[in-house]
Design a protein around this ligand. Structure first.
Ligand code: HSE
Length: 438
């Protein structure tokens, strides 16, 4: 039985996610009401322009999103405009007016979440953001609620669909980078500014949110080490494959003795891992809890209706607890606000990883032994070494080295010394390697 009183929502933004949210709310109104215990009614939409994919019928549309935050009939404001300037003002305005907020905005939560949650706590309202990470996959709920018994040891995720789409097409179809990016933009996967995707910034926003929920740390986006996929050469994709690895853009958060590693970068992972076989725009997050062991969450990480699925799940959650005492609601970042931890986020210099190095060496005796000596002097072991045939009319040969686990500052020193050798040409290519063993 559903409550006679409907819950009234205002949707701000009618782009890819906003139109998906409106359409799914309408199409599945009955089943959603049966789950929420009340009808969910779209009272008003705030959007700069109409969307041909989204016939809104007689719903009131305003061009001024702030009118939605001021509308006294609206209980839940759904922020889907993106960006962090107007969106931040809009969300804070809605909270100050006593409205609950559902958002898909990862940049907003990663950068201004601490401020937003403090304001929401003061006003006793909910802020829900499942759609901010990994699109349609309910991974926030899984970590925040499903894994509440566990100490999370680490998590690693493919959390940018656009980068994964590009790396997959480069490997499977040998397509050029720019072409694939254009396709991802046309399909509505890419961010308004696609450098957010290919430079790893979007994944860093999402990683910060996941890490906060996993480890109970405040949001501190500026501490995430971020490296994009723009420097990945097709040849490295090919060599990785020959060595039994795939290159994926991973977000990694790991609790180690001295603190927390937070890093987004291209990573070689063994091809036999399930997560190495997550292709195209799909996302996956691998989470290792001490009690549960490893679990993998997989699904569409972007797109209109998959992301809408998460937005609406949040609306249903908020609708169910609308009249509950705030202390009976699930905490914003999984841990109670007064139980957040001050464990430090480590600098990339302190991170420990294995490494893939590609070196262009003169084809003459003694070069490899000098490289091996530099690594050995720093205590870095070589796990595998391959010297390729020189290309026709070339006096340089590609040498690929896989190292054992070592500290980033040591590999930096090794690379500097290797690059200084006369017999080495150009920069050493370095890609981190993770086994992701459960
Ligand atoms: N641009 C993002 C991606 C969209 O490619 O994953 C979903 O957050």
């Amino acid at each position: 039985m559903t409550d006679l009183n409907p819950v009234r929502v205002g949707i701000c933004g009618l782009g890819t996610v906003g139109s998906g949210t409106f359409n799914v709310l309408k199409r599945n109104a009955e089943v959603i009401a049966a789950r929420a215990g009340c009808q969910i009614v779209v009272e008003q939409i705030g959007a700069r322009r109409d969307n041909a994919n989204c016939p809104t019928g007689d719903v009131d549309i305003t061009r001024d999103v702030f009118a939605v935050a001021e509308n006294p009939n609206i209980q839940i404001l759904v922020e889907l405009i993106g960006g962090t300037t107007t969106a931040r003002e809009l969300v804070l305005r809605a909270i100050n007016n006593g409205k609950h907020v559902v958002t898909a905005n990862k940049a907003l939560i990663a950068q201004y979440g601490n401020e937003i949650f403090a304001a929401a706590e003061k006003r006793g309202v909910s802020v829900a953001f499942e759609a901010a990470v990994a699109g349609g996959i309910p991974v926030i709920k899984a970590i925040r609620e499903g894994l509440a018994a566990n100490r999370i040891e680490w998590l690693a995720g493919i959390i940018n669909g656009t980068s994964n789409f590009i790396l997959t097409e480069m490997r499977e179809k040998k397509r050029p980078f720019a072409d694939v990016l254009k396709e991802a933009q046309a399909l509505g996967y890419a961010e308004a500014d696609p450098t957010f995707d290919v430079e790893g910034i979007d994944a860093s926003h999402k990683l910060m949110i996941l890490a906060s929920i996993a480890f109970g740390i405040p949001l501190q986006f500026d501490k995430v080490y971020t490296e994009g996929i723009t420097r990945i050469a097709p040849i490295d994709v090919e060599y990785a494959e020959q060595l039994g690895y795939r290159i994926k853009s991973l977000g990694i958060a790991s609790r180690v003795e001295k603190g927390i590693e937070l890093r987004v970068h291209p990573t070689l992972i063994p091809e036999k891992r399930l997560i190495a076989n997550v292709n195209g725009v799909m996302n996956a997050v691998l989470v290792k809890g001490d009690a549960m062991g490893p679990t993998l969450y997989y699904g569409p990480g972007a797109g209109s209706e998959p992301t809408a699925s998460s937005v609406i799940a949040d609306i249903v959650d908020v609708a169910r607890t609308l009249n509950a005492d705030p202390k009976h609601r699930v905490p914003y970042l999984a841990f109670q606000q007064n139980s957040l931890s001050d464990v430090p986020v480590l600098s990339i210099d302190d991170v420990v990883s294995s490494y893939y190095l590609r070196i262009s060496a003169h084809d003459k005796p003694g070069v490899l032994s000098r490289v091996a000596q530099i690594l050995s002097d720093l205590g870095i072991s070589i796990e595998a070494l391959i010297q390729k045939e020189p290309a026709p009319n070339q006096d340089h040969v590609p040498v690929i080295i896989l190292t054992n686990r070592t500290q980033e500052r040591l590999i930096d020193s090794a690379i500097a010394q290797i690059e200084a050798l006369d017999s080495i040409d150009g920069a050493v290519v370095r890609i981190r390697v993770e086994s992701l063993a459960g």
